[in-house]
Write a protein that binds this ligand. Sequence first.
Ligand code: ASC
Length: 553
Amino acid sequence: GKTRHFKWDVEYMFRSPDGEENLVMGINGQFPGPTIRARAGDTVHVELTNKLHTEGVVIHWHGIRQLGTPWADGTASISQCAIAPGETFLYRFKVDKAGTYFYHGHYGMQRSAGLYGSLIVEVEDGKREPFHYDGEFNLLLSDWWHKSVHEQEIGLSSLPFRWINEPETLLINGRGQYNCSLAAQYNKSAALSQCTLRGGEQWAPNVLKVLPNKTYRLRIASTTALASLNLAIGNHKMVVVEADGNYIQPFETNDIDIYSGESYSVIFTTNQNPSTNHWISIGVRGRRPQTPQALALLNYLPNSASKLPLSAPPPTPQWNDYAHSKSFTNKLKSLMGTPQPPTTHHRRIVLLNTQNRIDGYIKWAINNVSLSLPPTPYLGSIKHGLKAAFDQSPPPESFANGYNIMVPPVNPNTTTGNGVYEIEFNTTVDVILQNANALAANTSEIHPWHLHGHDFWVLGYGEGRFEEGDEKMFNLKNPPLRNTAVIFPYGWTALRFVADNPGVWAFHCHIEPHLHMGMGVVFAEGVHLVGDVPSEALACGLTGKRLASTGGR
Ligand SMILES: O=C1O[C@H]([C@@H](O)CO)C(O)=C1O
């Protein structure tokens, strides 16, 4: 493979993602950041300079497993020290598997500030995808708040608690429209007025130019801070072919659900009325929406892009129609030829997800521990045996038998912790993610869980509490291989992975404020097998002191 070189400056910029000017975190003057395109087998070199004046920064390459390069995973406190203002860090890693990926900040809530972009890995030269298409488009989805990320962060850790609330705008490739709708005229009772745009604005919609009777691949990834989304193309069906960089047994659908941290490829054919354009719509699911749909235009050439489609944008399914979401999720099966899971596991970790309180502050906790990351990155502290760097008692393997997941926690008080699940190298681990009632009665939320350093097999979903014997429902034949999987309200999700990648890996809810409130755990495997970690990754905390005393070795 080739080596692809990039030199990036991360900085704040003035930008109008939705028509209102705000501070946005961008790269080389771009928002979203530049798209990386590479081929499977290539090595990506990103020389990242932190041009923020007073904040550290890191970038995580979401979905890239970092086989042999755990120090390049871009997770502050886990794989490296945050890059200090003015300093440069070299991310060097191999992209081994074709697919639709993205990258984003992984320090504090910098992803919410706009630090993200696309990473597309094409198949190796001479190889072909298991489906045909004439052209492709890429849509990176996000949500946007007018309140600064600093204010959001402080609100989450204040008394009284200040929730970030629902986003002002949904963005497609960093573009959305606030306070006006591109499609107001279809809905006479609409509260929003028709947008007036000239086309050159930073918030002008995406226009996908297509020819009639062709087949297109649409790559879709969601880096939302909060919103679960649903995407539909007016009058067109889609065939799902890829999820999180793994091929899916193709199936047809009118709309797709996409949770934060997930990516998909769908194929569609431009076989509809060629004398008109069509809408692509994105709307909120899983939380009572207060954010209008985001729209892009499917522009059938030679129609003008200013010609409005004949019909209104496709509606988003009801936010709480979980049957719809589950039906979509259950259709995802791996394409034949995808690696199958081992038939047995060595260890099962059951993770109860609850919303809790610590001294009145609202937190999320996993088996009653709310994650609070240490100042020394685990990769260095574990490799060098620096036991003072984090809690040495292992976090709980499960939760109390008598816990009733259907009601708010009887004793909501929890504690913070930063212990690690130490996993024996090359063993097979099952994780049962167990959802529960949050602090408010009759409330259980969706949480998309993302694993670093691995793909996992999604063995199954179930309602209520996971019981001994439920493993009989596991799909061991063609479970989808993914890096992100959702837990539905009051339900469980079962995952299996092989701990074959030496390193320290975050596993967490991909909702940015939830991770910030403690909703994650840390896995460590085969750290003794990790080779030299670049000293720039460890120049902080106790590993920084160690470097000073060993002369940098
Ligand atoms: O973490 C969250 O906090 C709020 C709410 O539970 C408390 O205001 C909310 O909707 C979340 O997802």
